[in-house]
Design a protein around this ligand. Structure first.
Ligand code: FPP
Length: 253
């Protein structure tokens, strides 16, 4: 008899399937440092970061997490050296072109959130194509935040609502959370239950400011390219020990 390999292809038995987060969001930090520690150019860290993200997406699908959102490029990341920004834009475009067939085969529904009009036109085309082609897939919902900033998202929602008021379509008293959420880039996507940040920084960094209101936050020292299934297992284990009260008192047992 051959021993069962420990590849974590199924949900680890110590995790409770009924208490999995339905939506996990990740701040993939530490690619540059991962590379620099190895004497490699920073872009090598981004390349390895893509592998880590692809495996996390597969892992979410294997273990029954329904939605994954990744912070790929923030509105502040334009301030990086031009060659790193160019590398990232080309990388996003190439990955989309390469992975579309597999995403279709796996039933992944991909969505991009952020100010997409400011991205290079050829990348915008790939983004549009991947969103359209996967729109009716029924598998995991994969959201990529690109040229995304939480404050900017909230501001553009305010602007859109103000215009509707100005045009007489709605009244100020019609504004409630549901209406506001309709104007966010993430409309139709449930809020994350778990936010994971790698590389040890205790910051939200302008990511999903509205949406993470009640998310559980998990920070690991591990750099993003080393974030693997064992790390994700730890994050989920930790999440399952949390007592989520959403501002209320614990239900009496
Ligand atoms: C943060 O590490 C990482 C990024 C800014 C880029 C992350 C992008 C990917 C992994 C590619 C995703 C691709 C697709 C198509 C979804 P850092 O550079 O800030 O690292 P540092 O803090 O060590 O400098």
């Amino acid at each position: 008899m051959t021993a069962k390999p420990t590849v974590f292809s199924e949900l680890p038995t110590d995790l409770n399937r009924d208490r999995l987060p339905q939506h996990v969001a990740v701040i993939m930090d530490g690619n540059g440092r991962w590379a620099q520690r190895r004497g490699l150019p920073r872009i090598m860290g981004h390349r390895r970061g893509v592998d880590a993200l692809k495996d996390l997406l597969r892992c979410c699908r294997d273990w029954g997490v329904g939605a994954l959102t990744a912070y790929a490029f923030s509105t502040e990341n334009w301030g990086r050296p031009l060659e790193e920004v160019d590398f990232l834009m080309t990388l996003f475009e190439r990955i989309l072109r390469q992975e579309l067939r597999e995403m279709m085969a796996e039933g992944v529904r991909i969505r991009f959130v952020g100010n997409l009009q400011a991205l290079p036109p050829s990348l915008q085309l790939e983004i549009e194509r991947s969103m359209q082609e996967t729109a009716n897939n029924q598998g995991i919902e994969f959201t990529v935040a690109t040229n995304y900033g939480g404050r900017q998202e909230i501001m553009q929602a305010c602007r859109a609502i103000a215009m509707q008021i100005q045009q007489g379509h709605i009244q100020p008293e019609d504004i409630d959370e549901a209406l506001f959420e309709q104007h966010l880039y993430t409309r139709g996507i449930a809020d994350p239950d778990l936010l994971i940040r790698t590389s040890g920084e205790m910051r939200i960094s302008n990511f999903l400011l509205w949406q993470v209101a009640y998310a559980e936050i998990y920070v690991t020292e591990t750099f993003w390219p080393d974030f693997d299934r064992a790390e994700f297992h730890q994050a989920l284990s930790n999440y399952q020990q949390r007592d989520r009260r959403f501002g209320k008192l614990k239900a009496k047992s």
